[in-house]
Design a protein around this ligand. Structure first.
Ligand code: ADP
Ligand code: MG
Ligand code: ZN
Length: 474
């Protein structure tokens, strides 16, 4: 029998705020030592009272708008009780009864066409601390307690690991572009709920939940393993499936049962009377909307219209800094497709040689635009442009001054090019003979020698043309 995989995701995302969700401690990324960013409130001292961070509400609403959710104008917090040493109050402040966003939708472009994933809800909550185990003792680090999170809960609408990874990448792009979260490793964590059912069936199978995964690669592997385990259990009656929480072990590629799933009653949820309900009025909602960045889908569409390839678009929209550099360069009068190539191919190439990535790129839009314009107008050729780019990236020179100083901006007339080519052909009879004998490489070597002599001046296409002609006649 064929089975359909059914997956629902609960994704926790750490928000990019200056302070924690209910106190004024800085974000835990600022912490150097354990318990650096801790105060009586977030370490759960008796009598502490939470004070709501307004920015958390705004970022949660922004996320909801990006995911086409209803924004609930009246939203409240609840206490979720459980005892664990990393949770100093023995309850977590979260949202159960009136979450901030509900009923959204996100569209994925999968290899099998467009797929809609329904968002059940988004709620705000605080993170817990971290336990550090060492020898006979365990230590607790409260830097992460009360770091603001949003949890995005989908309906069970995914049917493959591919869809799950597309969705997570889409969230990542949106959240980065919206200043919601950088979604660095560990700042985006997923619980994967999974079940299988016979193809064509509309009933849901028994589900298991794989907790707390942050690597996309591990998520894919875990889904594959767990789906097969479910299918085997049903098909060959190898074991009885029970609703439970499991963990994925990267080393073995298998999942293991952790504990039976708590029911809602175990958590003894009740409204948190220490926090006032939050009311989002029209004015506030409009303000949040007006501060939202262009939607990722719209931006991707703009880039597509400009002729930028799908692969390049993916790179751009997942990197806020780089897409901003592109937008700024275009605003200075450069062609978008051209600028995308300069950034994603040329700049990336220069950085790669030093073991760096685009994240390390510091070139300004002004300098990049100056180079692109000099090349586009024919003042210098592309090879020379690349030289200028390297000098700008490595030594932050002024591109126009650099061209003048290096003599790159001189326009070379064809007679000068012809003279140099003739000279190189005369100097390298062996290369000419090799080329005549069918070695294409020999021509490349001659071309390189000419380019070197011209120090990047002259149009490579013209140089090639003249070289071809001269070789034919020699
Ligand atoms: P609970 O209240 O037990 O946490 P929810 O209804 O909130 O359950 O669902 C939690 C997650 O599990 C959601 O993402 C949902 O889409 C997913 N889910 C629910 N039922 C199934 C199922 N049969 N198979 C796969 N995922 C499921
Ligand atoms: Mg749930
Ligand atoms: Zn604090």
């Amino acid at each position: 029998m064929n089975y359909e995989i059914v997956i629902g995701l609960e994704t926790h995302v750490e928000l990019e705020t200056k302070s924690k969700i209910f106190c004024s401690c800085g974000g835990h990324s600022e912490a150097n030592e354990p318990n650096d960013c801790v105060c009586p409130a977030c370490s759960g001292m008796p009598g502490m009272l939470p004070v709501m961070n307004k920015r958390v509400v705004e970022l949660a609403v922004t996320a909801g708008l990006m995911l086409n959710c209803n924004i609930n104008r009246y939203t409240t917090f609840d206490k979720k009780n459980y005892y664990y040493p990393d949770l100093p109050c023995a309850y977590q402040i979260t949202q159960l009864n009136h979450p901030i966003c509900t009923d959204g939708c996100v569209t994925l472009n999968t290899s099998k066409g467009k797929r809609d994933i329904r968002i059940k809800q988004i709620h705000m909550e605080e993170d817990a601390g971290k336990l550090v185990h060492g020898g006979k003792s365990s230590f607790v680090d409260f830097n992460r307690t009360s770091v603001p999170l949003i949890e995005i809960v989908t309906q069970p609408d995914f049917h493959s690991a591919e869809e799950v990874v597309l969705y997570l990448n889409k969230l990542k792009s949106m959240f980065r572009s919206g200043g919601i979260s950088e979604c660095e490793e560990g700042a985006m964590r997923c619980d994967v709920n999974i079940s299988v059912r016979p193809e064509g069936s509309t009933e849901y199978g028994v589900r298991t939940e794989i907790k707390n995964m942050s690597s996309f690669e591990a998520i894919e592997k875990a889904i594959q393993y767990e789906a097969q385990r479910h299918i085997d259990a049903i098909e060959f009656e190898t074991e009885e499936l029970v609703q439970e929480t499991r963990r994925f072990d990267d080393a073995s590629g298998k999942t293991f049962a952790m504990r039976n799933k708590e029911t809602e009653a175990d958590y003894r949820y009740f409204p948190d009377a220490n926090l006032m309900p939050i009311v989002i009025d029209d004015e506030w909602l409009e303000k949040i909307k007006s501060e939202m960045p262009e939607a990722v889908d719209e931006k991707a569409e703009d880039y597509k219209q400009a002729g930028i390839s799908d692969k390049e678009i993916d790179m751009l929209i997942s990197n806020n800094k780089i897409s901003k550099l592109l937008d700024d360069t275009v605003a200075l009068g450069c062609n978008a497709k051209d600028a995308a190539t300069w950034i994603l191919t040329d700049c990336a190439g220069v950085l790669r040689k030093d073991g760096k990535t685009l994240a390390d790129l510091t070139i300004t839009a002004e300098k990049l635009a100056a180079i692109i314009k000099m090349v586009a107008s024919g003042d210098i050729n592309r090879v020379a442009g690349k030289k200028v780019l390297i000098a700008v990236i490595e030594q932050d020179v002024d591109p126009v001054e650099f061209c003048k100083a290096q003599g790159l901006d001189r326009k070379v007339d064809t007679s000068a090019i012809e003279a140099i080519i003739a000279q190189k052909i005369a100097e390298n009879p062996q290369a000419v003979a090799d080329f005549k004998a069918g070695k294409e490489k020999a021509k490349q070597a001659l071309f390189g020698a000419c380019m070197k002599e011209l120090k990047g001046a002259g149009d490579p296409a013209i140089i090639k043309e003249i070289l071809d002609k001269k070789l034919e006649n020699s």
